[in-house]
Design a protein around this ligand. Sequence first.
Ligand SMILES: [Zn+2]
Length: 328
Amino acid sequence: MNLNAELKNLFNRQLASWPALRDRYDSLKQARWRLLTGYEPGSATVLVQFNPHRYRSSAATLLPETLTQDKCFLCVENQPKEQEMVKWEGYKVQVNPYPIFSRHFTIASLRHEPQRISGRIADMMSLAKSLPGYVVFYNGPHSGASAPHHFHFQAAPCCEMPLCSQIQNLPSDSDIKSNHIDVCREKVFTGFRLFTLGRVMYYFSCRHWEDASEWFEKLQSQLPASGEGEPGQNILCWAGSGDNAYNLIVFPRFRHRPQCYGEGENQFLVSPASVDLGGLITLARKEDFERITVDDVMKIFCEVTRSDDDAQQSLQEIENEKQKTLAY
Ligand SMILES: [Zn+2]
């Protein structure tokens, strides 16, 4: 059986045998939504979801010393007895018990080992290839990961992550979509840096996973490492066909949380990660959901991702390295 079919069975089995899980997926169907649109013609849009079940995740104190005191919720011995798994390579795929999406899976290492993307980008692309119609996403240890001590990806339907369908159609004028990435040997890819709704991102799309992997490693070498030994980042990866067989978006991060983070009067309980930057902002407090505007979103995105100038500089460094190599 292919992985897609196995996960469909797992999902149905878990909903049938685990009432609390079924209730959370059912309540998601009643969730309230708002659509926020940027100012440029043809601009990206962002969906805002009111999701009270995410309160614990949004308000968690993500300091390593406090997290180690808790039992790791991705280790089998600490999981509810109802939680099942499907094994895939060195990972276990499980239904996420606190969903943002109509189908939401967590793909965690079978072993308790730290959240580090190094050496795993090929796994991420292979997983995306095995799950057509799904986007696989990764949050760096200080960039929104709720379990930074236990390696994990997540996956959700592509059609529910707004940026996956928007990325190819966003305005292509030079102010918005600029600096084509030209760093690989073969011309079988497209890549660009994009600055939209205040967030900066690198997009890369190609026919062969090796090209995406090579590009990713070059990018890693040019992004500044955070205190955790890898660049602060969020990554989206999904499979397509032909020249877009593999699609990667990397959001280089500047900080973990926006300055407006908090529960005060003019603050928002929002701790952006892959899903938020991918265009689906989940808010656990009703008042935040009702008052957030597109200007707030742009400010939040702008504060947590690197500046556009810095992002451009990293691409220039990659290009400089390439020219040096060619000169020899
Ligand atoms: Zn663990």
